[in-house]
Design a binder for this molecule. Structure first.
Ligand SMILES: *Cc1c(COP(=O)(O)O)cnc(C)c1O
Length: 422
């Protein structure tokens, strides 16, 4: 059940025909299914609970930080994993419990630390000694003591795209696991720092579970060592990374993931924190776009759509595969035609998909790019002075615009001429 299915000859989001959203809101537009979001949350959290784990799910907001998306997950009980002051502000605005906010990222500024301490967030995941020392200074100046996890780098290859693999020793993330014990000793000596947790996150879009097993096994050994060193480790943050099916992979089942967690770290008596992003948001969104022109070349047909790489950069940036569906249900009696689905931006990389069999398409028809709910809208830019597009949340037979399309006046209002030019 994807919540994006054909009914009466056309594609729906839950109980809403996508054509109705296009008519009301225009295209291109991101469309999210609230039920898909909350179902994914329940599958993930349910698998952990079934495995008998004491788990807290902190949604990795960088996947999709729209307030309505965060609110839908917070309403199910999700906390948040934030990576900037902006995401922290969104988490609070969406109603996430501050005690269930984890602050990740390699480059937190002093201002962001102050903002997070003022909000009384639950945990800081630190990634270097200079960052630990800065956090100590900031916390100490406010009289606070903050819960800290050191993000360790377990030197495990996540076997995913190199731009989203984070747990190898040459990646910029975390502190080498071999150096972790001295870092915890240092942390314990610093004022304002309570080093009570260990964090790990080895990459994104993992479709094979064995790197998780390798990483969690190393982390479990570290917890025993840290406890022997006298540190009171109560919490393990196992990061995110669970992959989804973009149409070519068979994604791991969260129950198998939970079994590996139980197997490797289940007997440590720790509260476990998870930071899924893509798994929750990816399949819950589509990018709905209208065909502007169909251009038949010598060897290829191009469907030129009104969405572009600035709206969804994953194909250009990660060579990502996304399924493309026509909103009008294909007629099984008519032969399909092969298309390259491309945007209007002046870059060859502005190609969403190549050589896809689709029903014969005409200008004015709608197509969707599937599984665009994560790392889609959040990575959008204004390249080519294209306006940031709208986002819509669907629930049942209702839908609501949860981010308005930017307009030209707003775009121009952000800039001014220099003093001497006016
Ligand atoms: C990106 C990231 C996540 C989320 O990763 P997904 O693959 O979207 O689940 C979680 N934790 C950290 C530290 C991250 O950088």
């Amino acid at each position: 059940m994807t919540h994006f299915d054909y009914r009466d000859g056309e594609l729906f989001a839950e109980d809403v025909p996508l054509s109705r959203i296009a008519e009301a809101v225009g295209t291109p537009v991101y469309v999210y299914s609230e039920t898909a979001l909350t179902d994914a949350y329940r599958r993930f959290a349910g698998a952990l609970a079934e495995a008998g784990l004491d788990a807290r799910v902190c949604y990795a907001m960088k996947a999709n930080s729209n307030l309505a998306v965060v609110r839908a997950l917070a309403a199910c009980g999700a906390g948040a994993d934030v990576v900037s002051g902006g995401e922290l502000a969104r988490a609070l605005a969406a109603g996430v419990n501050p005690a269930e906010i984890v602050f990740s990222g390699v480059g937190k500024t002093g201002d962001e630390m102050r903002q997070a301490i003022a909000a009384s967030i639950g945990q800081f995941n630190i990634e270097s000694i200079p960052e630990l020392e800065r956090l100590s200074e900031v916390a100490n100046a406010t009289g606070a003591t903050v819960n800290v996890a050191v993000r360790v780098n377990p030197d495990v290859d996540a076997d995913t795209h190199h731009k989203i693999s984070t747990g190898r020793h040459h990646d910029k993330f975390g502190i080498d696991i071999d150096r972790a014990r001295e870092v915890y000793d240092r942390a314990a000596a610093l004022p304002g720092i309570a080093p009570v947790a260990v964090a790990v996150h080895i990459g994104s879009q993992l479709t094979d579970l064995s790197p998780f097993r390798a990483a969690f096994t190393r982390v479990a050994a570290l917890v025993h060592e840290l406890r022997a060193d006298g540190h009171d480790i109560t919490t393990l943050d196992l990061g995110g990374g669970l992959g989804i099916d973009y149409g070519q992979q068979s994604p791991p089942d969260p129950r198998d993931y939970a079994a590996i967690v139980a197997d490797t770290v289940g007997d440590l008596g720790c509260t476990l924190v998870f930071e899924p992003g893509r798994y929750l948001a990816g399949p819950a969104g589509v990018l709905l776009t209208e065909i502007i022109y169909v251009k038949d070349g010598e060897t290829r047909s191009f469907a030129i759509v009104d969405a572009a790489m600035n709206d969804l950069v994953r194909p250009a940036m990660y060579d990502a595969h996304h399924e493309v569906l026509a909103v009008r249900q294909p007629n099984p009696d008519r032969a399909p035609h092969s298309y390259d689905i491309v945007g209007p931006v002046c870059e060859t990389g502005d190609t969403f998909a190549t050589q896809r069999d689709l029903p014969v398409l005409e200008a004015g028809e709608l197509v969707v790019i599937r599984d665009a709910g994560a790392y889609g809208a959040v990575m959008a830019s204004g390249y080519n002075s294209r306006l940031l597009i709208a986002e819509v949340l669907v629930r049942g037979s209702g839908f609501s615009v949860v981010r308005a399309r930017q307009d030209i006046a707003a775009m121009l209002a952000q800039e001014t001429l220099a003093d001497w030019q006016t």
